[in-house]
Design a binder for this molecule. Structure first.
Ligand code: GDP
Length: 202
């Protein structure tokens, strides 16, 4: 998979610090603790590429990971973009509104954005904070891959039920694909990777 070649390229605290839009980008968004960094690490097969929201430091930043062209490794043919997690209880109000601006601005305006991977903890389902995000994404028409994380916590029947509920919640999104996913048990990994690759290399 080209995702395995991911390498850290840039961190940005603000949108104007991002490199100008170029090769297609796939961004990862979700509540803190939803399993975003675990998913990025397992999809790229790199143990510590993305940092958990429990790790202080890089988590408030936008982190970009380049995917080198196998034929021309100097050139990145796409990017994975790790957006800051939201909804962490201990975070001050003004910080939260700043994140909302960064997330909203990126999702609405980034022209190189090819698709959005939304991480939803399968046990929590879609939360109010996720709904805010959907309101920014849906009008853009960008496709969304919802990974229902920690699917290992649920038996098969409950997974399907949760998947159905998420589909209903996210009905405003035109191009939606949902996958029960587990980083620890590698559930849905191939399906998710293939979907993301399809966005990067149409
Ligand atoms: P982030 O804050 O969204 O980046 O979430 P992390 O990837 O750091 O994961 C948050 C917590 O959930 C950690 O304690 C992980 O070990 C746990 N976790 C992440 N993915 C899975 C999974 O697929 N299955 C289970 N059972 N736990 C997971």
């Amino acid at each position: 998979s080209i995702l395995h070649r991911a390498h850290f390229t840039t961190s940005a605290a603000r949108l104007d610090q991002l490199p100008p839009p170029g090769a297609p980008e796939v961004c990862f968004v979700g509540r803190s603790n939803a399993g975003k960094s675990s998913a990025i690490n397992v999809l790229t097969q790199q143990r510590r590429l993305a940092f958990s929201s429990k790790t202080p430091g890089r988590t408030r930043l936008i982190n970009m990971f380049g995917l080198p062209d196998p034929l021309e490794p100097e050139r990145d043919l796409g990017f994975l973009v790790d957006l800051p997690g939201y909804g962490y209880a201990s975070v001050a109000r003004e910080d939260r509104s700043q994140w909302a601006q960064v997330l909203g601005g990126y999702l609405r305006n980034r022209t190189s954005l090819a698709g959005v991977v939304l991480l939803v903890d399968i046990r929590r389902g879609v939360t109010d904070l996720d709904r805010n995000l959907i309101d920014w994404i849906a009008p853009s028409g960008k496709p969304v891959l919802a990974l229902l994380t920690k699917a290992d916590k649920f038996p098969y029947g409950q997974r399907i039920k949760a998947q159905f509920a998420v589909k209903k919640e996210l009905a405003a999104i035109g191009a939606l694909h949902t996958v029960p996913f587990s980083s620890t048990h590698r559930i849905g990994l191939d399906e998710a990777a293939a979907h993301i690759e399809g966005w990067l290399m149409p």
